[in-house]
Design a protein around this ligand. Structure first.
Ligand SMILES: NC(=O)CC[C@H](N)C(=O)O
Length: 419
């Protein structure tokens, strides 16, 4: 079955459809991770996006019950060079195509993802539409193989293959649809409805401290969190109460947290207004706070900084980041399209980490207040685990707050060998 990816700039690819048949509109972004497609498709931060994998072979290890980052896929569509239909892995229970089909997500394979990624790098991330021939709306002639090399039908509005006029008109209408796409309401679409607590071994219970001896109680504001954040905190002995994104600070303080984690999540950070308000209250109440990705941007906005949309963002598992206090460079997992504008940082907010490739802000700390955040993913999954020590730093921050001496987590020089 044939399908098309149509971009807002008039670039069009034909490919072979997999997953669910139908039509999906989203922001088209690329990720460079060579592994970790299962974590990627279930990461709620990809909500509303059509994701292109630059790594050419996808699906080889199938889908397994262990590697989910949430209960379902969140991306709108997946575009790959070559889909593997016969996965081989001891834990695999189904194919990638079968999993996406079950959850109504469309996919396209056989696309020249190198060419597509170049378009996205030159033009920037943009709206796009995937349509499959079985969706019912495609003119019959579109279902034929066009024999376009790499599936490239048009590049930035220039036709590369001769098409019947009806098909051209139909595709051009989709370009208009791609141009009109706006990603809004993202956090509301993925945040949980009710609070709950996760304790040792992942056991669930009602919100609030369970009272495990010596267990720090962390409240995580779930803006679309990857499960491995909670898993990482629970592994370190924390009890984690997960709360919806619009939980007011008063309700959070009533849960008596030792610390609050502002999670990753989809969309424009400026739209996460309730969470920004909550972060302001947490800063005022001097609650130890750690932000990850969207949570980092939200903390920055609460501190008075500004955020901006990047051209095509950082998505992958090998982005080098330097910790400025020590000069150490970490290889990090990333998935973001917005960033904190360094020039907008108010006095009293320090840049603690910087992206080695493009110099963008990757971490901040509030001087004299127990709050720090990073733009990347210390919980990994997928990707390197070498930044997991940031969770230890968060624990240290919570403990020091108990003792009354309050270091700003991200700004402290790391001790030699600290991991
Ligand atoms: N992974 C995230 O939390 C992403 C944050 C935000 N939605 C961005 O794209 O920048």
């Amino acid at each position: 079955m044939k399908g098309y990816l149509v971009l807002a700039d008039g670039t069009i690819f034909q490919g072979d459809a997999f997953g669910a048949p139908g039509r999906a509109t989203g922001e088209v972004v690329f990720t460079t991770g060579m592994t970790g497609y299962q974590e990627e498709i279930t990461d709620p931060s990809y909500w509303g996006q059509i994701v292109v994998n630059t790594y050419p072979l996808v699906g080889n290890t199938g889908i397994n019950p262990e590697d989910f980052e949430s209960g379902r896929p969140h991306l709108r569509g997946l575009v790959v060079r070559e889909l593997c239909t016969e996965p081989s892995h001891w834990q695999a229970t189904e194919t990638l195509a079968g999993y996406l089909e079950r959850h109504g997500v469309v996919g396209l394979t056989g696309v020249d993802t190198r060419a597509l990624t170049r378009v996205l790098r030159i033009h920037g991330a943009m709206g796009g539409v995937i349509v499959t021939a079985a969706g019912g709306e495609v003119p019959g002639e579109a279902a034929q193989d066009l024999d376009a090399p790499g599936g490239l039908v048009a590049l930035a509005g220039e036709w590369r293959v001769a098409l019947p006029p009806a098909l051209r008109t139909w595709l051009l209408a989709l370009v208009g649809e791609a141009r009109d796409f706006r990603l809004t309401g993202a956090v509301a679409a993925v945040t949980p409805q009710e609070p709950y607590r996760v304790g040792p071994g992942g056991t669930r219970g009602p919100a609030g401290r369970a009272g495990g001896p010596g267990a720090p109680h962390v409240v995580m504001v779930d803006l679309g969190a990857k499960q491995n954040i909670v898993r990482s905190l629970v592994q370190l002995g924390c009890e984690v109460t997960v709360v919806p994104a619009d939980t007011p600070v008063g309700e959070i303080l009533a849960l008596a947290p030792d610390g609050v984690l502002l999670s990753n999540g989809p969309g424009d950070p400026k739209e996460a207004r309730a969470a920004i308000e909550t972060a302001r209250g947490l800063l005022e109440a001097r609650v130890p706070t750690m932000g990850i990705c969207l949570g980092h941007q939200v903390l920055g906005l609460a501190l008075g900084a500004d955020t901006y949309k990047m051209k095509f963002g950082h998505r992958g598992v090998n982005h080098p980041v330097q910790e400025l206090a020590t000069g150490r460079v970490f290889i990090t997992t990333q998935n973001h399209g917005y960033a904190i504008d360094e020039a907008s940082l108010p006095p009293g907010v320090t840049v603690t980490h910087r992206n080695v490739s493009d110099g963008t802000v990757e971490g901040i700390a509030a001087e004299g207040r127990p709050a720090f955040s990073v733009q990347y993913h210390p919980e990994a999954c997928p990707g390197p685990e070498e930044s997991r020590f940031l969770f230890d730093r968060f624990l240290e921050l919570m403990r020091s707050q108990d003792r009354g001496d309050r270091p700003a987590g991200g700004a402290r020089p790391a001790k030699g060998g600290e991991r």
